[in-house]
Design a protein around this ligand. Structure first.
Ligand SMILES: NC(=O)c1ccc[n+]([C@@H]2O[C@H](COP(=O)([O-])OP(=O)(O)OC[C@H]3O[C@@H](n4cnc5c(N)ncnc54)[C@H](O)[C@@H]3O)[C@@H](O)[C@H]2O)c1
Length: 335
């Protein structure tokens, strides 16, 4: 049997726990460390999936005991940790967003792209089975030339105020997934217009952020991309997509755990609730993203999302942030 890739999870919060579960499901990987300054969080993960606890990411990266890490710590730590991984020759699967400040992303870009290690960005939705099937149909020409892309993402409820305060705003924190998904279908986007509203949540307004946003973007081949986001939805996690072309239309609708529908005297075709939130709805995508990272380490290629995908999504988020605040359309250059 070939040797296992020794891996550490850095950051044992919500997403760290999900990644630990995916590591556990991946036979080529051995979970060696779970690292979190708040050791209680790391212990919850090791209790479920094994590995040693550490509170010191730098020591683990430099230890010689790991071949790869998954960075699921807060956003401000991402680039500093990737830098340490490059120095130690340790591969890195890093959560989105790369950073909240595009200056840091630009400064580090040449070094990241020249690095010998595998740096993969955690834009998991591209690896979701539904979105992979959608992409395959677009690529095989089912709907002809893309004219419009419409992405709807609404969370079941808003994150707590403390999270909103350090999130970098809805465009960089939440819409970032949709900006990346937009580029999955329209890679070169030239112009961004966005509107934001404070419709329901006082503490989001207090933090100077929006709770509802709409973005319209124009691609290099005249494609129009519309993104609709809300920090709440009374009926649960709302994740839908529509791609419209000159030969037809493709749609992805919300998923439920079962397809059972009830018919009673009060209601017909009442379905099961939609999957709860990202942990459930995108569970397969995190596993697929990790599979690609492992395959990339073995083949010496980045097969998932790249550093430059992370950079492009942040440029679009910054443009939307500016547009929503100035009322002006913002031209972008993703090259
Ligand atoms: N791809 C996705 O679907 C997805 C979903 C959620 C979060 N994220 C991203 O993952 C990152 C973490 O988000 P979360 O929701 O899991 O946050 P979280 O607050 O639940 O967890 C973060 C953990 O990191 C730990 N931590 C803090 N500083 C650290 C450091 N220097 N080194 C190691 N660990 C440290 C904290 O103690 C905490 O346990 C963010 O960048 C977020 O944008 C991505």
């Amino acid at each position: 049997m070939t040797q296992k890739i020794r891996i550490a999870i850095i950051g044992a919060g919500r997403i760290g726990y999900v990644h630990a579960g995916s590591v556990n499901d991946t036979p080529e990987l051995e979970l060696v460390y779970v690292v979190d300054p708040f050791e209680e969080n790391a212990k919850k993960v090791t209790a479920a999936f094994g590995g040693k606890v550490s509170s010191d990411p730098s020591a683990v990266i430099a230890s010689g005991e790991v071949d790869a890490v998954i960075i699921g710590s807060p956003t401000a730590t991402h680039i500093p940790l990737i830098r340490e991984c490059i120095a130690a020759g340790v591969h890195a699967l890093c959560e989105k967003p790369l950073d909240l400040d595009i200056k840091n992303v630009e400064e580090f870009r040449a070094q990241a792209n020249a690095a010998k290690i595998n740096i993969t960005l955690g834009f998991n939705r591209r690896q979701d089975p539904q979105y992979l099937a959608l992409k395959a149909k677009v690529v095989d020409g089912t709907i002809g030339t893309i004219e419009q892309v419409i992405l709807t993402s609404r969370d079941p409820g808003p994150a707590p105020q403390a999270y909103i305060a350090v999130s970098g705003g809805i465009f960089r924190d939440m819409t970032i997934h949709d900006f990346d998904m937009a580029r999955n279908f329209v890679p070169n986007i030239l112009e961004v217009t966005a509107f934001g509203a404070n419709s329901f949540c006082d503490y989001i307004k207090e933090e100077g952020d929006f709770d509802n946003v709409s973005v319209v973007m124009k691609g290099a081949n005249n494609e129009l991309v519309t993104i609709v986001n809300s920090r709440h939805a009374a009926f649960g996690y709302d994740q839908r997509a529509e791609i419209f072309g000159d030969k037809g239309m493709l749609q992805i609708s919300n998923l439920s755990d079962s397809t059972v529908k009830s018919f009673t005297k009060d209601a017909t075709t009442a379905g099961e609730p939609f999957m709860d939130f990202f942990l459930e709805r995108y569970a397969d995508s995190y596993r697929n993203e990790l599979k690609l990272f492992v395959e990339g380490i073995k083949t010496g290629k980045v097969l998932g999302s790249t550093y430059d995908d992370g950079r492009a999504a942040l440029i679009l988020a910054d443009a939307a942030h500016e547009s929503a605040r100035t009322g002006k359309s913002v031209k972008v250059n993703l090259n």
